[in-house]
Structures are given as structure tokens and as C-alpha cells.
Design a protein around this ligand. Structure first.
Ligand SMILES: Cc1cc2nc3c(=O)[nH]c(=O)nc-3n(C[C@H](O)[C@H](O)[C@H](O)COP(=O)(O)OP(=O)(O)OC[C@H]3O[C@@H](n4cnc5c(N)ncnc54)[C@H](O)[C@@H]3O)c2cc1C
Length: 306
């Protein structure tokens, strides 16, 4: 069925200066390292290439932006439609007065470093968020009391029909780990604001954040970061721990001992191990505390939509 779908898509791919790969493996493009292929993987050459591709692509074909895959589970059945990956020119970062202007594919950590080098305080919390600018905006990424909503000036978004629009932070309707972007809206550029400070002071804060992370999170593992959002008045990790899920395992996936809201995938894990484990944890927390944990990690692929 996937083969047939791919052959059909091959015939309807619009002309592009970018790179198109059919039946493209995605597992190596995500932190969990799991999941099936995309029918089509598209790396646009630049904003105009992406704009015209989307405009000319049959509007019934789904489109999924993927950043660096630090907050997603790609399902084993793969992704139907076109996955868009922003690399090359989309990773450029410039400074314009008190703004850091970056492509949607730039790493969030590089925004923090550029801001520190420029003497702009504000974006330093992004230093340990291992995603891209587009992922950080969609997820309203946050750490140590600051979120993207606090530092974003504007974002340039291309809609599924190929319309480019510049929107202000206020128009993005940010809430806790969420924005009002449509699943197929693609952030191609954004401007983050900062205020003047001594670069050494900012770098000291970067180092402090890094130390806090090393102490509390299982870094350098195959994980998707926080699996569930913190419910109002509770911390997800505390509920998971109190429900007895620390170290719980399904197949090759287990709940981290170091941070109970992180799931870790061992070599040989598949997406279904991770998702089944997540659902088992939700069930236990619901039974014991009556609290329904909401997934923070996006689950993308054939099956229920994220
Ligand atoms: C070790 C670890 C620590 C983490 N710590 C934090 C933390 O402190 N705070 C925090 O908030 N998060 C944290 N995360 C989660 C994750 O890093 C962030 O959510 C990050 O912003 C996701 O960016 P990404 O590029 O990896 O997005 P992906 O995982 O690739 O995608 C996530 C979502 O964003 C969408 N998306 C990706 N790119 C674009 C784009 N260009 N335009 C529109 N939508 C797009 C995808 O479609 C998907 O819905 C952590 C993750 C890990 C693994």
C-alpha cells in the first residue's frame, strides 16, 4: 500500500531546486532513533522553492515539518505525505540591532550562543533545548522560567497553500508548550529579541543552566525530552514516580531513573514500545491520582494523529 502511494506521489511532485527522496528513512533524523519512512522527504533549496512547492503540490497531500526530531515519535508505520526538512540556508543566523534573526532550521542552542556573543540577554534559556527554531516556536519551548513567547518578536510562516506571512508573537496564541500553528504551517524564519548585557554575565548563566541540566536529565541518550506536559498544580515526573513507574519498561523502552518524565529508547526499540509505555504510564497515573497526563511529545505517522 505504501509502495503504491509512493509511486503515485512520485508523479505529482512539483518541480523544485531542492532535494526529494522517496520512501525516506526517518529514524536517524530523530532523537529516539525509531520510526518508519516518509513517503516523501523534501529539503527545499530556499524559502521561494518551498513556497512554490507547497503552492503546486496537490492540496490533498499532507505535509509535516520536521525539525531535529527532539520532541517527536515517528510511528513505525511511517508518515503519509511529504515531510519537510529545513537545512542549508534555513540554518543561517544574523544579528539586526537587538534582534537575532534566524532560519527555521537553525538550532535553538545556536540562537543562545549568538545572543551571548552579541551581548543580548534573554535567549540564553534556549542553550539546552536541543531543537530547531521551528520546533521551539511550535512547542513554545521553555526552561528556567522563560519561554519562546517571552523573547519572540515575529515569525515568518509558509502555509500549506504556499502563502508566506509574517506574524507577531501575540498572533501565535502561545500557551504552555503550544502555539496556534496548524500542523502543516512551516516556520521558515524568526526574530528573537534580547536586551543589552555583558557577554560574560550571559555566558555564566549559560554554564549554570548546563550544570543544572547535567544534574537532572539523562542527556546524551535516545529520548524525546519531557514525555508529558506538567498538569496544573503538579509535576508530571512526581506523579509518574509516585505511581511506581520509575524504570518501568515495555520492550526496549523504559522510564528514566534519573528523570521519570523522560522515556529512553535502547538499541532495537521501536516506536510502538515507546508509545505503549507512555500509555501504560498515563493509565497508572490516572488510576492512582485521577490525573490525566497529556502527551507533550508529538506522535506523528499513520495511526491516530498527534
Ligand atoms: C534531552 C532533551 C531535553 C529537552 N529539554 C527541553 C526543555 O528544557 N524545554 C522544552 O521546551 N523542550 C525541551 N525538549 C523538547 C524539544 O527539544 C523541544 O520541544 C524543541 O523545541 C523541539 O524542536 P525540534 O526541532 O526537535 O522539533 P521536532 O521534534 O522535530 O518537532 C516537534 C514539533 O514541531 C514541529 N516543527 C518542527 N519544525 C518546524 C518548523 N520549521 N515549522 C513548524 N513546525 C515545526 C513538528 O512538526 C512537530 O510537531 C527537550 C528534548 C530533549 C531530547
Amino acid at each position: 500500500m505504501i509502495q503504491t502511494e509512493t509511486s503515485r506521489l512520485q508523479k505529482v511532485i512539483p518541480p523544485t531546486r531542492g532535494k526529494v527522496t522517496l520512501e525516506a528513512p526517518l529514524s536517524r533524523l530523530t532523537w529516539f532513533g525509531v520510526g518508519g519512512p516518509a513517503d516523501v522527504l523534501f529539503r527545499p533549496a530556499d524559502i521561494d522553492d518551498l513556497r512554490s512547492f507547497l503552492e503546486n503540490l496537490d492540496q490533498n497531500i499532507s505535509v509535516w515539518p520536521l525539525g531535529v526530531g527532539s520532541n517527536v515519535i515517528i510511528r513505525d508505520s511511517g508518515i503519509e505525505g511529504v515531510v519537510v526538512l529545513l537545512r542549508g540556508p534555513f540554518t543561517k543566523i544574523d544579528v539586526e540591532e537587538n534582534l537575532i534573526v534566524a532560519g527555521g532550521g537553525a538550532l535553538s542552542a545556536n540562537i543562545a550562543i549568538k545572543a551571548a556573543d552579541t551581548g543580548l540577554k534573554g535567549p540564553e534559556f534556549l542553550s539546552g533545548v536541543p531543537g530547531s527554531v521551528g520546533g521551539a516556536i511550535r512547542m513554545n519551548a521553555g526552561a528556567y522560567g522563560t519561554e519562546v513567547k517571552d523573547i519572540l518578536s515575529w515569525a515568518e510562516v509558509i502555509t500549506r497553500t504556499g502563502t508566506v506571512k509574517r506574524i507577531s508573537a501575540a498572533e501565535l496564541g502561545f500557551s504552555y508548550r503550544n502555539s496556534n500553528l496548524q500542523p502543516d504551517d512551516i516556520v521558515v524564519k524568526a526574530a528573537f529579541k534580547g536586551t543589552k548585557d555583558n557577554p560574560n554575565n550571559i555566558r555564566a548563566r549559560l554554564q549554570d543552566f548546563q550544570k543544572q541540566r547535567e544534574a537532572s536529565q539523562p542527556l546524551r541518550t535516545r529520548t524525546g525530552g519531557s514525555t508529558f506536559q506538567n498538569p496544573a498544580k503538579n509535576k508530571a515526573w512526581e506523579l509518574i514516580d509516585a505511581a511506581g513507574c520509575r524504570g518501568q519498561r515495555v520492550g526496549k523502552a523504559y522510564v528514566s531513573d534519573k528523570h521519570c518524565n523522560f522515556i529512553i529508547a535502547e538499541e532495537g526499540a521501536n516506536a510502538s514500545d515507546i508509545e505503549t509505555l507512555g500509555e501504560a504510564v498515563r493509565q497508572k497515573v490516572k488510576e492512582q491520582f485521577g490525573v490525566i497526563l497529556e502527551w507533550e511529545i508529538k506522535r506523528i505517522g499513520r495511526g491516530t494523529a498527534c
